[in-house]
Each structure stands twice: as structure tokens, then as C-alpha cells.
Design a protein around this ligand. Structure first.
Ligand SMILES: Cc1cc2nc3c(=O)[nH]c(=O)nc-3n(C[C@H](O)[C@H](O)[C@H](O)COP(=O)(O)OP(=O)(O)OC[C@H]3O[C@@H](n4cnc5c(N)ncnc54)[C@H](O)[C@@H]3O)c2cc1C
Length: 332
């Protein structure tokens, strides 16, 4: 037993022994391809040290599992295929995760801080009677995590005393782990009847777009209430087309019905950190900044020189967007 314990000790990034750490990463995917946040969660799991197991649950999720096997530093990929996992509902995923944890006794369970992870992880934590730690942006040690609070105005460092740490990870705060260099094997996840009587998945309607995905795009152009109508958002789309950019929006623009709510950037929308973020007709309310202020370069176009967005902008243009945006698009 003692020899086994010593064998499972490993050096981690913090220069100390990460003894007995073993992390279960819950993969987010559409059966065919991985959602980019999964690779960020894998990087976060690597910072913990110890073994990494990935759980892939879906209907015909072989391609997603195969992609994960290639990631460097993963011990194994557990695969669960069942109609119960249609729609990846937390009600059906949770019992699978609990059964997997019961078999392997992980020290950490991690998922991305996306809509999927935000719905799933609190449920898992409640069932395990531990506190979830949400939206982790840095890992100080295997039990100490940094997370933003007050819409990103303060950073909180929490030391978790629970024996199992149940965590969501902010995707933009960790590099994507490349899916290469590894050779993990797949194994079946614990079998069981995971269909939930609590919920029935009927269908999902995904908005189709040829544009890059908002949370992983390197350029994002967002529009706000200053656009004044959904029709006028065509100015934003034209500019975005020139830059191969994703299009985002403020909550005011979403609430006014200019654009669908999956485009919302901010505290209650998506968190983005592209190389270039262009905010057009957006005032820069704290809740909007919470979703984009980690962007590498921020450009703001606003007719009000006092707009708070200029405090975080690297480049600011005080101008009427209806004049400035078409000119900029033409020049590009
Ligand atoms: C709990 C909570 C959560 C929230 N979550 C989010 C969130 O996730 N994301 C989010 O965005 N907001 C969120 N909000 C709302 C947030 O507080 C702001 O109300 C919202 O961000 C404002 O959107 P806006 O900047 O588009 O609109 P406004 O604040 O109305 O700003 C419009 C801007 O457009 C400029 N403008 C107008 N006309 C022109 C023109 N012709 N040319 C150039 N500029 C022009 C104006 O000068 C102004 O600065 C949240 C609020 C709460 C309370």
C-alpha cells in the first residue's frame, strides 16, 4: 500500500509533491468535435498535477473521445454512450459523474465555466455535499484557486478544505492544451441507467453562422444600444466580415431584441478575451466589462467622450458610429 502511495506521487508545477491528485475532466463536445473550452480545462487540470481522466458522455461520441486521446498527459478517456445523454442534460450527466467518482475516487472534478459546466457542476457538488468553486482563473496549488468576484472588480483566492474539489474553469484564462503528443486509451465509463425522469430532452436549435465562434474568435466586434435597431447591426456584420471576426453585443442590445441572446458578452453573457475587441455604441458598464476586459487590444467607438468604455480602451474614437463604422469598413 505504502509503495503504491509513493508511486502515485508526482512533481507538479508548484515544485511540490502533488500526492494522490487525480482529476476528472468532463469533456464538452457535440459528439463529433470538442468545444474549445475543454482544452482549456485540460490545461488547468495539468496545473493541478497527478492523473487526468477525461469523461466523454454522448450518443455517438467516438470522434470526440478519439480527439481527446491525442492530448498529451491524459491517463485515460472514459466513454459513456447512451440516448440518456442526448442534449447533455445535467440531470442525466450527474449520476454518471457520481458513479465514475465512486469507482475512481478523484481529488478534483472539473468542467468549463460555459453554460454546460455552469448547469452541471453545482449539481454534482450538491450531490457530493461539497462547495463548488466557480469560474477559476488561476490555480495556486491543488487546493487553492483564484476567481473573480463583484463582476471582476476583485479577485478572491480560496483554499478549499473539502476532500474533493469540484471546479469550473474560465476558458479564456488557460491556454488550450494541444490535441497532440498523447496516446491515451479509451475505456467504458461505469455502466448504469442514467436516463432521468426529471427531464426529457426534445430538441435544440443551434444558430448557424459562418463566422468564428464568439468565445474562441481572435477578433470580436460588438454592438450596443447605440446601434438603435437590429437592422443597423448590419454595420457591425459588415465590419466583422472584413476582419473575419465574431459578432457580440451588449445586454441592452440583446434585451432590445436587436440580436439573439447567445451574442451577449458580459457578466451574464459570454466571457471573451480575443486579440482585438471592438466595442461600438457600448457605454462600458461594469457588467459588460466583466466579459471582455481581458481582451488584448480594446478599441471603442462612442460619441460620448465620457463613456466608461474609454477607461479600458487602448484606442478610442469619439465619433458617431453611423459615420465612423462605414468609413472604417470601407478603408479595410
Ligand atoms: C445583474 C446584471 C447583469 C448584467 N449583465 C450584463 C452583461 O452580461 N452584458 C452587458 O453588456 N450588460 C449587462 N448588464 C447591463 C449593463 O448594466 C448595461 O445596462 C448594459 O451593458 C448597457 O448596454 P449598452 O452599453 O449597449 O447601452 P448604453 O449604456 O445605453 O450605452 C449606449 C452607448 O452608445 C453610445 N451611442 C449612442 N448613439 C451613438 C452613436 N450614434 N455613435 C456612437 N455612440 C453612440 C452612447 O454614448 C452610450 O455610451 C447587466 C446588468 C445587471 C444589473
Amino acid at each position: 500500500m505504502f509503495a503504491n502511495c509513493l508511486k502515485s506521487a508526482r512533481h507538479n508545477k508548484f515544485g511540490s509533491l502533488a500526492r494522490f491528485e487525480s482529476t476528472l475532466v468532463i469533456a464538452e463536445h457535440n459528439n463529433e468535435t470538442l468545444t474549445p473550452i475543454t482544452q482549456a480545462v485540460l490545461s488547468a487540470a495539468k496545473k493541478i498535477g497527478g492523473d487526468i481522466t477525461v469523461l466523454v458522455a454522448g450518443t455517438k461520441c467516438g470522434p470526440a473521445a478519439a480527439a481527446l486521446c491525442k492530448a498529451n498527459g491524459i491517463s485515460k478517456v472514459l466513454v459513456a454512450e447512451s440516448d440518456a445523454f442526448k442534449g447533455f442534460t445535467p440531470e442525466s450527466m450527474t449520476p454518471l459523474i457520481l458513479a465514475t467518482h465512486k469507482q475512481f475516487n478523484f481529488s478534483h472534478i472539473m468542467a468549463g465555466g460555459s453554460a454546460f459546466g455552469k448547469a452541471l457542476i453545482p449539481r454534482v457538488a450538491a450531490k457530493l455535499d461539497v462547495s463548488p468553486v466557480s469560474d477559476v482563473i488561476n490555480i495556486k496549488s491543488s487546493d487553492t484557486f483564484v476567481r473573480p468576484i463583484y463582476a471582476g472588480n476583485a479577485l478572491q483566492t480560496v483554499k478549499v478544505k473539502d476532500s474533493i474539489k469540484v471546479v469550473t474553469v474560465r476558458g479564456t484564462s488557460f491556454e488550450a492544451l494541444p490535441l497532440e503528443g498523447g496516446n491515451a486509451s479509451t475505456e467504458p465509463a461505469p455502466a448504469g441507467e442514467y436516463k432521468s425522469n426529471l427531464i426529457e430532452f426534445i430538441k435544440q436549435e443551434l444558430s448557424k453562422s459562418d463566422r468564428p465562434e464568439l468565445t474562441s474568435a481572435s477578433v470580436v466586434v460588438s454592438g450596443g444600444r447605440g446601434l438603435k435597431s437590429g437592422d443597423n447591426f448590419k454595420l457591425i456584420y459588415s465590419l466583422a466580415d472584413k476582419l473575419n471576426a465574431a459578432v457580440g453585443a451588449s445586454r441592452a442590445a440583446v434585451d432590445a431584441g436587436y440580436v439573439p441572446n447567445d451574442m451577449q458578452v458580459g457578466q451574464t453573457g459570454k466571457i471573451v478575451a480575443p486579440d482585438l475587441y471592438i466595442a461600438v455604441g457600448i457605454s462600458g458598464a461594469i457588467q459588460h466589462l466583466a466579459g471582455m476586459k481581458d481582451s488584448k487590444t480594446i478599441v471603442a467607438i462612442n460619441k460620448d467622450p465620457e463613456a466608461p468604455i474609454f477607461q479600458v480602451a487602448d484606442y478610442g474614437l469619439v465619433a458617431d458610429l453611423f459615420k465612423a463604422v462605414p468609413e472604417l469598413t470601407d478603408k479595410l
